[in-house]
Design a protein around this ligand. Structure first.
Ligand SMILES: Cc1cc2nc3c(=O)[nH]c(=O)nc-3n(C[C@H](O)[C@H](O)[C@H](O)COP(=O)(O)O)c2cc1C
Length: 318
């Protein structure tokens, strides 16, 4: 079976520092969609706004930049600027579930407005040099909202549609709605990428067995928790040894790189706490290390806790 794996965009996690560190220690991902870049009112974004997608920061893994926004006037110049940087595809975020974003009719907040989406595509697609890919949920409030959208998407040339089969209001609760996802496959002319809760090889095999036509799969949290997962899925078997050591090397590399870019210890600590919410889930009794890290207020103390954990307690669970 030949298929591709995409690293999902996770804002605050899968930035270029993470992607590069991942590539130095693991493999299995064919490409990544970047965390979203917001549209701007200015015609040209400053390099600092585009840091995550600057080609020199992305030598290790091919990326598709993702843009979040709801009007073509602001989207088009950003997409063109990304084309100038060499990106032949950009992804439009129609999935972000956060109320602050959605209530401004961005991300999943646009899903109940098929007319707006239609107008956006009508204006944008002929005006940008890049191919457009979209990342959606099934709807904002109801999973059947997607059935208003797929016929619209069918009228446009899109590179692909990435579907995370939950609604926006669900955030990450409940199970992915596989029956509605199946119906989406029947209602679309586009290439579909499945995304959601691929956390282990068994889940992947079950999904791949059910959705035989899917050639591309996207994994987010499952790979942050267990970065061996993409290559396990590619190999179709799980025979890694020495995981704690390998993971530790990766972790130390990642931490070292973040130390270089974060100005203050507070930001670095917050970033690492975010990661340990996921990392901890790969270890036996992971709640303990998660809580310890979460409670820490000082970077020095954090570093001691993690070092002690790797030296004494870390046992890989999966
Ligand atoms: C902390 C966090 C940040 C996310 N940031 C983005 C984002 O910037 N753009 C996006 O399209 N999706 C974002 N997502 C959604 C993921 O890309 C993905 O669709 C979702 O996590 C389901 O896939 P998974 O179960 O493999 O993680 C984010 C999810 C999380 C948990």
């Amino acid at each position: 079976m030949s298929f591709k794996l995409y690293l999902a965009p996770l804002r605050g996690f899968t930035d270029y520092i993470y992607r590069n560190a991942f590539s130095r220690h693991f493999d299995g991902f064919d490409e990544a969609v970047t965390p979203f870049i917001p549209t701007l009112k200015t015609i040209r974004a400053k390099p600092s706004h585009l840091k995550d997608v600057l080609p020199e920061n992305n030598l290790a893994m091919p990326v598709v930049p993702q843009i979040i926004g709801n009007n073509h006037e602001n989207f088009i110049p950003l997409a063109r600027q990304l084309s100038d940087l060499g990106y032949d595809t950009v992804n439009w975020n129609l999935g972000c579930p956060f109320p602050m974003v959605a209530k401004k009719q961005r991300g999943s907040g646009l899903l109940p407005h098929p007319d707006r989406i239609d107008r956006f595509l009508e204006k944008t697609i002929p005006a940008i040099p890049n191919r457009l890919s979209v990342k959606i949920r099934l709807g904002r409030k109801r999973p059947d909202e997607v059935f208003q959208l797929l016929p619209i998407f069918n009228r446009y040339h899109l590179k692909e549609i990435i579907i995370h089969p939950r609604t926006g209001v669900q955030m990450y609760s409940g199970e992915p709605d596989l029956d509605t996802f199946q119906q989406c496959l029947e209602a679309t002319d586009h290439q579909i990428i499945y995304n959601g809760d691929i956390n282990d090889l068994e889940t992947f095999k079950r999904l791949a067995g059910r959705f035989k036509g899917i050639e591309h799969w996207m994994i987010g949290r499952g790979a942050i928790i267990n970065p061996f997962l993409p290559s396990i899925i590619k190999a179709g078997k799980d025979n890694y040894t020495g995981r704690v050591e390998k993971f530790r090397h990766f972790y130390e590399d990642l931490f070292g790189e973040y130390q270089k870019v974060f100005a203050g210890p507070g930001h670095l600590l917050e970033r690492m706490k975010g990661f340990w919410f996921y990392f901890s889930q790969a270890f036996e009794d992971g709640r303990k290390i998660r809580k310890k890290v979460h409670r820490t207020l000082k970077l020095d103390r954090y570093m001691e806790i993690v070092e002690h954990f790797f030296d004494e307690n870390a046992k890989w669970k999966r």
